[in-house]
Write a protein that binds this ligand. Structure first.
Ligand SMILES: Cc1ncc(COP(=O)(O)O)c(C=O)c1O
Length: 386
């Protein structure tokens, strides 16, 4: 087959592949437990449903402006002001078909062939391939052995004249760890000093536990938004349990936003009008939904931690946010792909190998599903390993 070098070089999304596998096994009637998922099980907010219904009843679902509808941008601006310490105008926002497309818009807008994009491991599975899609070079910074967070000095040691951007995701998929204020402040200082972009993937940013708050990079910036190197990526997929609606967005300076709009205009025109109206409904509904989701996830996090602590040789950094845990299973089996395959085969439990997130020896176990699945899934793993 005659495929491009780029297409041939790209890896598959490990998490999406595992989702498909888990669904297929379930459809075959196998007693599979899916601890590899990446979406909350809660129903979408009532406001989102109501807005979707209204639009369907009216019978008009048309193209919208490329960068998103005015009502949704108004809600995004208010949400950003309330939670991220900056108030964007409509020219600072691009609504995209998911946070993933917003990140892609950004990368294609700033990366030239050969440019480097730095991010710490463990990282979201898509970052390396998305940087490659933009003809950039991913530069991965690994934490010291036994740790899940890198220091500012670790990042600084990887900066070169080709560095175009640093990507941070806090709280982090897969580790659930939150970057400290000090670390985020240092990242802002480095990026402003060197004039390189700081992309904050804030998609889980409000799903933080124990009264903690994930710091917003904008709080440490010395510059107004239109001169800022900070780009915040957000969306309704995780915080509002609306993964299937595919709505995310970016908040950035106007010049960069203009470039991202051009990219999106040529790739996908605009996100679905139906989804945009639903997302506006969700944001309008306010914090009640998110607070409930967060407290439910915190309880499930506690169940996951309690179950994992029963395994004799697992090491775990307690997750501070998201709905993922990232225990170190290397004392049982250092090859995470081998271990994950074995657990699927022998225990019918789906996990994601740490290798896919750039940190071998770990597995990612999600706690966004039913509590009984968390208990049963980890107990099956224990039976096999202990
Ligand atoms: C860290 C991170 N960023 C971005 C995304 C993409 O979100 P969306 O579904 O809005 O495209 C995900 C989804 O799993 C994620 O985990």
């Amino acid at each position: 087959m005659n495929l491009s070098r780029l297409a041939l070089s790209l890896g598959q999304s490990a998490t999406l592949k595992l989702n498909e596998l888990a669904n297929n096994l379930k459809a075959e009637g196998k007693p599979v437990i899916h601890l590899g998922g990446g979406e909350p099980e809660e129903k979408i907010p009532g406001g989102a449903l109501e807005e979707s219904r209204k639009m369907l009843d009216a019978g008009f679902v048309r193209y919208t402006p490329v960068s998103g509808t005015a009502p949704l941008k108004k809600e995004i601006a208010a949400y950003t002001e309330a939670h991220y310490g900056v108030k964007p105008g409509p020219k600072n926002i691009v609504v995209a078909s998911g946070a993933k497309q917003a990140i892609y818009n950004f990368l294609v807008s700033v990366v030239d062939p050969g440019d480097q994009v730095i991010f710490p491991a463990p990282y979201w599975v898509s970052y390396p391939e998305m940087v490659r899609l933009a003809y950039g070079t991913p530069v991965i910074v690994r934490p010291p052995k036994g740790e899940l967070l890198v220091s500012a000095a670790d990042i600084e040691a990887h900066l070169t004249s080709c560095t175009k951007a640093i990507l941070l995701n806090s709280p982090n998929n897969p580790s659930g760890q939150v970057y400290s204020e000090e670390f985020v402040r240092e990242m802002v200082e480095i990026c402003e000093h060197r004039n390189i972009y700081l992309l904050m993937d804030d998609i889980y940013n409000r799903l933080v536990f124990d009264g903690l708050k994930a710091p917003s990079a904008f709080n440490f910036s010395q510059r107004p938004l239109n001169d800022s190197v900070i780009v915040s990526i957000n969306g309704v997929s995780k915080t509002f349990s609306m993964t299937g609606y595919r709505i995310g967005w970016s908040v950035a300076n106007e010049a960069l936003t203009q470039a991202m709009i051009k990219v999106q205009a040529q790739v996908s025109s605009c996100p679905s009008a139906l989804s945009q109206t639903a997302a506006a409904g969700a944001l309008r509904e306010g914090s009640g939904f998110v607070d409930k989701l967060r407290s439910g996830l915190e309880k499930k996090r506690d169940v996951m931690v309690a179950e994992l602590s029963k395994l004799k040789k697992v090491k775990l950094h307690k997750p501070q946010g998201t709905f993922y845990s990232f225990p170190d299973f290397s004392a049982y089996e250092p090859d995470s792909t081998k271990l994950s395959n074995m657990l699927l085969e022998k225990a019918m439990v789906v996990t994601v190998p740490g290798m896919e997130f750039g940190l071998e020896g770990h597995l990612r176990l999600s706690y966004c599903g039913a509590e009984k699945d968390i208990v049963e899934g980890v107990s099956r793993i224990r039976k096999i390993l202990d």
